[in-house]
Design a protein around this ligand. Structure first.
Ligand code: NDP
Length: 324
């Protein structure tokens, strides 16, 4: 019986997921992601933590008996998993269960951006079609184009498979070439950008990809180029992207993620050649339920002494895959 195991939900959390955690653990939840909201006397009690988003190391360090962190989301750049491992704290994330949903959204964002479908929809809805005639022809098309994926992992591959069926040629950039696909590999992001018409980021955030898509990469993508980001906003030099969109260095962009969410810079919101989504790539109820279930499963397995379902690599490498 794990109902005596105190679990801290660090800030806002998916409702279905919360209900699932409450069925298993002794749950307390902070209204905001602020450890100061947890009374000092309760800090030594906490043994498990669940969150989606950012957990400062200082907060982690104020929980002396924390054993495991369940991150709601596959992208756990908000949690310092190496720091956690150094303290013997395991971290899990939610891979696979969201892959198809995110890939579907990515393809939608590509189509919306390339065919200017948001403005086309508005043209119909507003009555502009009847008043002033047909929507202008789009200068861009998917026909005969090349898609370059930065981050050909679980999600990147699901995007590639969908894009193949759309007739797009696929190329990619990872740090390591994959041996199981025959898509064109580019060891550098700039070279990938130069080779393709659409550059799509599906890589993780964090230090390794910080501002990797910079002015030089955007110049390489070129004036007919389209930039799509469903990875993390931190991977893009956002001011450089805004400038590139303003002065025609690239043609258009479709963005689901931003550098400082939920804030989107005014100049970006003012541009006509961007499609902006509020970080919804995985945001269907079904997929969020599956993600919540996986968090609960990982935390449950840990306290039952079973092997974790989806530990992050930092924890796996440190041998933190089951409670000993
Ligand atoms: P994976 O770990 O399966 O794939 C990540 C890929 O990125 C790997 O192919 C990896 O290859 C590559 N990569 C990692 N670091 C770099 C780097 N520095 N330069 C180039 N390529 C790199 O993760 P998923 O596919 O499951 O998820 C990917 C990301 O998508 C998540 O981390 C998250 O940030 C984002 N995401 C966004 C969502 C949204 O709502 N918009 C929803 C879900 C995920 P290699 O190791 O060889 O470099």
């Amino acid at each position: 019986d794990l109902r005596t195991v105190p679990l801290l939900v660090f800030g806002p959390y998916n409702e279905d997921g919360l209900a699932g955690l409450r069925e298993v653990f002794d749950v307390r939840q902070l209204e905001r992601r602020d450890i100061a909201l947890l009374p000092e006397g309760e800090r030594p009690v906490i043994r498990a933590l669940a969150l989606g988003g950012h957990l400062p190391n200082e907060a982690m360090d104020l929980l002396p008996n924390l054993e495991i962190i369940g991150h709601f989301g596959v992208g756990y750049d908000g949690v310092d998993a190496a720091h956690a491992a150094s303290r013997g704290i395991a971290v899990t994330n939610t891979p696979d269960v969201l892959t198809d949903e995110v890939a579907d959204t990515a393809l939608a964002l590509v189509l919306m951006t390339v065919r200017d479908l948001v403005r086309a929809e508005n043209h119909a809805r507003s009555g502009e079609w009847e008043r002033s005639g047909p929507f202008p022809l789009t200068p861009l098309s998917l026909r005969g184009r090349r898609l370059g994926i930065m981050g050909l992992g679980r999600i990147g591959l699901a995007i590639a498979q969908r894009a193949e069926s759309f007739g797009l040629a696929i190329e990619y950039h990872n740090r390591t070439r994959r041996s199981d696909v025959d898509y064109g590999y580019h060891a550098s992001l700039r070279e990938l950008a130069e080779a393709v018409d659409i550059l799509l980021v599906a890589a993780p955030g964090g230090a390794g990809t910080e501002r990797a898509v910079n002015a030089e990469v955007l110049r390489a993508l070129g004036p007919k180029g389209v930039f799509i980001n469903i990875g993390r906003g931190s991977t893009v030099d956002e001011p450089a992207l805004i400038e590139a969109l303003q002065n025609g260095t690239i043609a258009a962009a479709g963005l689901d993620v931003f550098a400082d969410e939920p804030r989107i810079p005014d100049p970006l919101r003012a541009l006509q050649n961007v499609v902006l989504l509020p970080h919804v790539a995985s945001a269907s109820r079904d997929t969020r339920i599956a993600m919540g279930n996986l968090v609960t499963e990982n935390l449950t397995r840990w306290f039952l002494g079973e092997t974790l379902a989806s530990p992050v690599p930092e924890s796996e490498n440190a041998g933190l895959v089951r409670r000993s």
